[in-house]
Design a protein around this ligand. Structure first.
Ligand code: GDP
Ligand code: MG
Length: 164
């Protein structure tokens, strides 16, 4: 069966934007029991000669500020349980926040390959120095992308698919 890649990250970092940029035609929404597990959105993605299943663990539920960390832990657990490779997405505009570090600790311990992506790097010239702080997460080299402008997506996919 195809490799599974799951996207994890705080609300508003751009998970859905990346998902929509990569997703082909087949998008399905899997709904779980309300309050137990969050809805997930699946798509099939092709890159070069490879095909994989992409999961947006952020799902379709509205985000509420006070439960961000618990939501992220749930997302990360779904990713750890189901994915072959995990994309951990952060946001260069918001910078590195405590919830990122806590989830990074979880992902580091799980032993699965994690690709650390820093989104909203709309201009490499303007934002590259801000990308370096994400090395502090201790989960590898941060890959700068702009999901909205589709910058850096090829480098990100090379990094993700080398684990297949
Ligand atoms: P999610 O909550 O992680 O799924 O984030 P969304 O994909 O819904 O995006 C949250 C907000 O960030 C939206 O207003 C997007 O338009 C914006 N956004 C996403 N990607 C980028 C990007 O690469 N650059 C900028 N400047 N904004 C982005
Ligand atoms: Mg979303």
């Amino acid at each position: 069966s195809k490799p599974v890649v799951a996207v994890v990250g705080r609300p508003n970092v751009g998970k859905s934007t990346l998902f929509n940029a990569l997703a082909g035609e087949r998008i399905s929404i899997v709904q779980d029991t309300p309050g137990v597990t969050r809805d997930r959105i699946y798509a099939e993605v092709s890159w070069l000669d490879m095909t994989f299943t992409l999961i947006d663990t952020g799902g379709i539920e509205p985000e509420s500020k006070d439960i961000i960390l618990s939501q992220m832990r749930e997302q990360a657990q779904i990713a750890i349980d189901t994915a072959d490779v995990i994309i951990f997405m952060t946001d260069v505009h918001q910078g590195l926040v405590d919830a990122d570090s806590k989830v990074a600790d979880m992902l580091r311990r799980c032993g699965k390959p994690v690709t650390l992506v820093v989104n909203k790097v709309d201009s490499f010239e303007k934002y590259m120095t801000d990308v370096y702080e994400f090395y502090n997460l201790g989960i590898g080299d941060p890959i700068p992308i702009s999901a909205a402008s589709r910058l850096g997506i090829g480098d990100m996919l090379d990094e993700v698919t080398k684990h297949f």
